[in-house]
Ligand binder design. Structure first.
Ligand SMILES: Nc1nc2c(ncn2[C@@H]2O[C@H](COP(=O)(O)OP(=O)(O)OP(=O)(O)O)[C@@H](O)[C@H]2O)c(=O)[nH]1
Ligand SMILES: [Mg+2]
Length: 468
């Protein structure tokens, strides 16, 4: 079975026998974090000593092939708790690092597990208490809640949060927050899951699988998150875009895998499953540092990329939505708006299109940047709290349109595209996408059935296509 035999040889080499019967395992995923990692390791150690002095603990630094002295700085960290530095198994990617640490946790028998990023600057000893304590109270997943600046969390606010709530009916404000606490039960479940990602898709994978597999989830208020990776935001093509692809690709894969669960949840009729949020007893910093967003630059970059990328033919979004997008990108800058309403519909179209062509993620990542540019315009004169209302309203639209994921008759736009291809093969390249899109769902089903089932009424199909 998947996960049972994976990594066996690599685990053997680590000689983990001395760590057997570990209670708590804390993982720090690292990739070129020499500047921050020593403090993270030492803070985790302080947390373990302060809050769990009687438990047997282990700190595991899983490294994604750092080249900058991360290893040396881990070695220089002074800890009471045992620590090991492990070069991750299975190749690069945060997900592969986390999988390596799950295998170690399983091997040493850990009953409570937490992960905290190696690039953190604001990590506090209390975080270890907040992430681990609920696991001993029978929760399976602790998700972080951070007080964030309005322009922070591009993928979270525009996609991960609204889609998680609309599809799975759970109110997890930051489903891809990076820090998590996990029970052994959840780790075992994840390790045998066929979709375990090697990439940055790991965070949304953990949250979604927990929501769908009946795991008990709690949010922990960790205050503010300051981490080094935000410094890389200046070059979105190198950092943000690959991450969007990985996270969104994972979300779409999961939405296919858990389709039955999604269909079984009626979000419109019920309130979302709220999640309890725990806070530390003492003082905590709740005012995040501002994240600067350059409105003009974002709008220009979006418009330029939208027009430069000639791949829209591959993305079978409807003419109506395409027309709206064209108009948006032609508007004067001052009037620029990419409304939530349009964005929510587009996301569902892309989720369907993804099933036939994964390359649509490239285009969606451009559109996400457009939606973010618009959010910056909308939230420009608002406080962080006021901007939150835009995010919450957008969630409602994602809920409202969730049925687009399975159009009435079960035939989505991607399916129409496939259908069109088949027809074109049959009749030569004479058909226009526009024409097929004008056929209503019922005609589509009839025509499709006629073509592909035994009973082939081809003239009827032709008629439908050219007159529809
Ligand atoms: N083990 C391992 N860790 C990684 C890898 N890639 C990134 N990391 C670490 O995973 C953590 C999260 O990665 P970041 O690059 O900070 O990304 P992020 O903070 O989730 O995302 P942003 O908010 O967009 O910056 C950091 O501690 C990285 O050092 C990898 O391939 N392997
Ligand atoms: Mg980071």
């Amino acid at each position: 079975m998947q996960g049972q035999s994976e990594g066996v040889e690599e685990l053997k080499k680590l000689q983990l026998e001395v760590y057997s019967n570990t209670d708590i395992l804390i993982t720090i995923p690292t990739k070129n974090v020499a500047d921050t990692v020593k403090n993270v390791v030492e803070t985790v150690d302080r947390g373990l000593s302060l809050y769990f002095p009687n438990k047997k603990s282990l700190i595991v630094i899983v490294d994604g092939f750092s080249t900058d002295g991360t290893r040396e700085n881990v070695a220089a960290a002074q800890t009471k708790t045992d620590k090991i530095f492990v070069e991750q198994f299975f190749g690069p990617g945060k997900g592969n690092g986390i999988k390596t640490s799950f295998l170690i946790a399983r091997e040493v028998g850990a009953s409570a597990y937490a992960m905290v990023d190696g690039d953190l600057v604001s990590v506090q000893p209390e975080w270890i208490d907040l992430l681990i304590n609920p696991i001993y109270k029978n929760f399976d997943l602790v998700v972080p809640y951070y007080h964030r600046a309005k322009y922070d969390g591009v993928i979270t606010n525009q996609l991960a949060y609204p889609l998680t709530r609309a599809l799975y009916g759970v109110e997890v404000r930051q489903p891809i927050g990076g820090e998590f606490g996990l029970s052994r039960k959840l780790i075992l479940k994840l390790l045998t899951h066929p979709l375990f990602p090697g990439t940055f898709g790991i965070d949304i994978f953990i949250t979604t699988v927990s929501a769908c597999e009946g795991m008990r989830i709690v949010e922990a208020d960790l205050g503010v998150k300051v981490h080094e990776s935000t410094k890389k935001y200046t070059n979105p093509e190198e950092t943000l875009v690959p991450m969007i692809r990985q996270v969104v690709g994972m979300m779409f894969e999961l939405s296919k895998y858990y389709r039955d669960k999604i269909e079984a949840i009626s979000v419109a009729e019920s309130e979302p499953r709220t999640i309890e949020r725990i806070s530390p007893p003492g003082e905590q910093i709740k005012e995040p540092l501002d994240v600067i967003a350059d409105k003009e630059a974002l709008i220009s970059a979006f418009k330029e990329k939208y027009h430069a990328k000639a791949t829209y033919d591959k993305v079978p979004i409807s003419d109506v939505l395409r027309g709206k997008l064209d108009r948006i990108t032609e508007e004067e800058r001052a009037a620029f708006r990419f409304p939530s309403d349009l964005w929510a519909k587009i996301v569902y179209d892309f989720a369907i299109a993804y099933n036939t062509d994964k390359e649509v993620l490239d285009t969606l990542s451009i559109l996400l940047q457009g939606r973010f540019a618009s959010f910056v315009v909308e939230a420009e004169s608002l406080t962080n709290e006021e901007a939150e209302k835009i995010v919450k309203d957008q969630v409602q639209l994602f809920e409202q349109y969730r049925n687009l994921l399975f159009s009435k008759t079960g035939i989505g736009i991607a399916f129409q595209k496939l259908y069109l291809q088949k027809l074109e093969e049959k009749y030569g390249k004479t058909l226009q996408i526009k024409r097929v899109e004008r056929i209503g769902d019922d005609n589509m089903v009839r025509a499709f059935n006629a073509l592909f089932n035994k009973n082939r009424d081809v003239d009827k199909i032709k008629e439908n296509i050219t007159t529809g």
